[in-house]
Design a protein around this ligand. Structure first.
Ligand code: G6P
Length: 610
């Protein structure tokens, strides 16, 4: 969602804040703003549009100072206008606030504040916080912030400065991620580590309820009652290249191409060749815990949910444990029947998706044990889970998830090996070893799939003008079809649907004509011959067929218009390879349609509101 970055120290704050905002722009990009605190008080520059616009505005109307707060917005309350851009001020223009999250009782608070004489200038929920702080009577800014937040319902990650207390930034967190960056005589605040990485690798993740106070002399953390809180400093192992484009036109393309390496990183140190299993120390599951599992519930949103659908095949096949896969946003508002012995697997690239987090909390309250499959180290889901598997895919900046998806599937296979080798009906040692061997070959298979890029560029040129597409697959390839369709939708704005290939007959077949490209995800597995029949059905109705098959499956000739073959691998691993051409196809179509690939309209990378 929105991105926050703040600085307090000795240096000029503006370039640091603008650079930080640019790194966070993938979190939200409808407006941007900055407030600098200096001898003139708090001075705000903000506008509708991208960070580059803010950079230009600051070049025309410069402002200098050594502390400041900044924000890039993804609108929730109030249209994306300059007025509604953060930071927001109180009536006296002495307090400025940036905020991620949603204040649920903003309307009630606003009505009361207006009755007491406050003037509101924006349609945002955030402005209420500035006025509440203005009203609060206490000696320090942090105490005033605590009083204000005591009246607020909802979620927030926020930062406040006041001209009354120069050189101080107060930060608070409830339900929206915020971290502190610890430098030498300078301190940073950010919604995620990418914004501070070029200045420091030492970060402190705030917990819900924390209020942090930063100045050039240091920082401290308290709770709402001013009791000191101890939080550990974490050293980040991400390097700067990981958040640079490195010669690629877009982060999405870079991340697609990183997949041989990111798949390798997810596997690193985890394969047990002798026993055909996986070493997953972070899981915190004893042999007794594993024996007691009666059901697995996978929770996720978006692409992570698609990985979960692959996970159902993987875990049921390897561990012989029944698996349900749930949209986290649906699960959290259901009244799910939770059997004893249910293990919940929460899948999230960011580790911050509000629905996944709340669904996981709900499952925990019902007595489930939680495993997190998360990419961002130290994120909320990672911290709240009982154990987990980090993806180690490095920062994913492109809004459309790519490398996280393939690493999530690899992590699910590792989990399947780990559980399956301990369960009585699970896979045998020989089967485990065979799968471990296949996993070692997987990065190379992904690298070879990437070599199809020139053909996919040709296909993109041919189909970029089409308005619809259908993606079909069966078994483990059905979630890949969903993922391929999602990639096309989100970055190209082309309507695309993913369907189980055989279900096509129950509706989508009516859509098929010469204008409808149909992408079949058809690796050579036990349903391959069935999928060929589904292709015949499309062919008979004049549909255009793009088939993703595996090498050695044979030529499909006139049955299809285009055939692309990816390297063969174990059936359960095939999604890691078959998704690659679909990612590249969506990417190149989006580029040809002149879409903003890394910042698709209306989307945000990390959805921290429900
Ligand atoms: C957003 C992103 C998707 C992502 C989904 C879930 O919709 O645009 O790329 O798959 O959130 O995010 P998570 O961080 O929980 O995997």
């Amino acid at each position: 969602m929105c991105g926050i970055v703040c600085y307090v120290g000795q240096r000029d704050a503006v370039p640091i804040l603008i650079e930080g905002l640019a790194r966070l722009e993938y979190r939200g990009y409808d407006s941007a703003g900055v407030t600098i605190q200096n001898g003139a008080g708090v001075v705000t520059r903000k506008l509708r549009g991208r960070v580059q616009g803010l950079r230009d505005l600051l070049a025309e109307q410069p402002v200098a100072g050594t502390s400041g707060i900044a924000h890039t917005r993804w609108a929730t309350h109030g249209a994306p206008t300059t007025v509604n851009a953060h930071p927001h001020h109180d009536c006296t223009d002495t307090i400025a606030v940036v905020h991620n999250g949603i204040i649920e009782n903003a309307d009630v608070l606003k009505a009361e504040l207006e009755r007491r004489g406050h003037r509101f200038r924006t349609e945002t929920d955030t402005e209420t916080i500035a006025h509440l702080i203005e009203e609060a009577k206490a000696p320090t800014l942090e105490q005033r912030v605590a009083i204000a937040l005591g009246q607020v319902e909802g979620t927030y990650g926020l930062a406040v400065i006041s001209s009354g207390e120069p050189g101080k930034i107060v930060v608070a967190r409830k339900g929206s991620p915020v971290l502190l960056g610890v430098g030498d005589g300078e301190y940073f605040v950010a919604s995620d580590a990418a914004a501070v990485l070029e200045h420091t690798r030492q970060v402190v993740y705030l917990d819900d309820g924390d209020i942090a106070v930063l100045s050039p002399d240091g920082y401290f953390i308290i709770d709402g009652e001013s009791r000191a809180q101890a939080r550990t400093v974490t050293s980040l192992d991400w390097n700067l290249e990981a958040i640079e484009l490195g010669g690629y036109a877009h982060f999405m393309l870079k991340e697609i191409h990183e997949q041989p390496e990111t798949v390798r990183a997810t596997l690193r140190g985890r394969l047990l060749f002798d026993t055909g299993s996986a070493r997953l120390q972070g899981l915190n599951l004893t042999a007794g815990d594993v024996a007691a599992i009666r059901r697995i519930v996978i929770l996720g949103c978006g692409t992570s949910w698609h990985a979960g659908l692959v996970g159902r095949h993987v875990l049921e096949s390897l561990a012989r444990i029944p698996v349900d896969v749930e949209y986290a946003s649906e699960y959290r508002y259901r009244d799910p029947l939770v059997e004893p012995g249910t293990l919940v697997v929460a899948i999230s690239q960011s580790g911050e998706t509000a629905d996944t987090l709340e669904a996981m909390r709900r499952a925990r309250a019902a007595g489930c044990r939680i495993v997190g499959l998360v990419n961002v180290v130290g994120s909320t889901i990672a911290r709240e889970a009982d154990g987990g598997i980090y993806l180690h895919a490095g920062p994913e900046i492109g809004v459309a998830s790519t490398k996280a998806f393939t690493s999530q599937i690899v992590a699910l296979v590792l989990l399947g090996l780990f559980l399956g080798r301990q369960r009585p009906d699970g896979l045998t040692e020989a089967e485990g070893r065979a799968l471990v061997e296949e996993l070692t070959r997987l990065p190379q298979a992904v690298a070879r799939a990437l070599e199809l890029e020139p053909q996919l560029q040709d296909l993109a040129r041919r189909y970029a003008g089409h308005h619809h597409a259908l993606y079909l697959g069966r078994g483990v390839s059905f979630p890949v079809a969903l993922e391929g369709a999602l990639k096309l939708k989100e970055i190209s704005y082309v309507h695309a649907e993913g369907y189980p290939a055989a279900e096509m007959k129950h509706g989508p077949i009516a859509l098929i004509d010469a204008e409808m490209p149909v992408v079949f995800v058809a690796p050579k597995d036990h349903v391959y011959s069935k999928v060929l029949s589904n292709m015949q059905e499309v062919r008979a109705r004049g549909g255009r067929i793009i088939a993703i098959t595996t090498e050695g499956a044979g030529e499909l000739g006139t049955l299809v218009d285009h055939q692309l073959s990816v390297p063969a691998t174990a059936s359960l691993l095939s999604p890691v390879v078959t998704v690659v051409p679909l990612q590249l196809l969506a990417y190149h179509i989006a580029v040809l349609r002149e879409c903003d690939v890394d910042r698709p309209r209306n989307l945000a990378k990390s959805v921290t509101v429900e």
